[in-house]
Ligand binder design. Structure first.
Ligand code: MLT
Length: 272
């Protein structure tokens, strides 16, 4: 489905099921299709809304935006709230973001705390890019400008997937390539710039007032269990769970364990 948020910005999204809204925000360089296994699992009990960030899926390409505004996660979070408004969703949402989706979820929590009922931070982190991370981000931005999104994904694969998946589950790598295929190099570069320049959210973690689940793969090389544990420790009452045999894309690598962790936490915190 597609919806206009403004004369310039259109978002593609899925909106299925009914119940308390559960919004799923995807990772870089994928699309909302990465949530297919969770949409199937939870649509009987929740209204699942899964958008593509601008530049991804069928959402407006950065090339088509006349605005001079730098790509930013603040804007991506504002797109999410604009989508909820356009869909008439006024009830506070449970917001789940994985990696880039998690950075966006933290931006959303900062800007729109009243729209939030619960938070799931998957394979993500609250700090900004370090100087070293910015340097390799700049190299990736340069690479993306002259390559496809799929080539960017290929370059990132060793870090996106855990060792167990890389060695024993080649279908996941194929799925990641497929999910990154629609992304253009230019859109990848624009969003990488937003990731590079994202603000540090560490200080605002203590202001999060809603039930929060922090969940990540045991083999995640971008957001290790230690990083996730430290983030969870700063959020009042947060639960931290680690998923065995999964890396950074834990929902794709170990969907059954990922869903079981979400299911248990959701049923403890939100009646269906
Ligand atoms: C993601 O999975 O969204 C990216 O790895 C995030 C990042 O590169 O910081």
């Amino acid at each position: 489905m597609q919806i206009s948020l403004s004369p310039e910005v259109q978002l593609s999204y899925d909106n299925v099921g009914s119940g308390q809204p559960l919004v799923l925000l995807h990772a870089f360089p994928l699309s909302h299709e990465m949530w297919r296994g969770q949409i199937r699992e939870f649509a009987d009990d929740y209204q699942i809304i899964a958008p593509d960030a601008r530049g991804f899926g069928e959402s407006t390409s950065f090339d088509d935006l006349s605005t001079d505004a730098e790509p930013s996660l603040q804007l991506v979070a504002q797109d999410v709230v604009a989508l909820l408004d356009r869909l008439g969703v006024t009830q506070p949402i449970i917001l789940c973001g994985l990696s880039m989706g998690g950075y966006t979820a933290l931006e959303f929590a900062r800007q729109f705390p009243d729209r939030l009922a619960g938070l799931i931070l998957a394979d993500t982190r609250a700090d900004a890019d370090s100087d070293e991370a910015k340097k390799s981000r700049d190299e990736m931005i340069e690479f993306a400008r002259s390559h496809t999104g799929e080539a960017v994904a290929e370059k990132m694969l060793p870090k996106l997937l855990g060792q167990t998946t890389r060695e024993h589950n080649l279908a996941v790598a194929a799925r990641v390539r497929e999910l990154a295929e629609p992304l253009t190099g230019h859109n990848a570069a624009a969003m990488l710039t937003a990731l590079r320049n994202r603000r540090d959210s560490t200080e605002m973690l203590s202001e999060i007032k809603v039930p929060t689940l922090v969940v990540g793969g045991a083999e995640d090389e971008i957001c290790s269990p230690e990083i996730m544990a430290a983030m969870a420790a700063k959020i009042h009452g947060a639960r931290h769970e680690t998923i065995r045999d999964a890396g950074h894309l834990s929902n794709l690598e170990a969907p059954e364990s990922f869903n079981a962790v979400l299911r248990e936490w959701l049923s403890e915190n939100f009646a269906v």
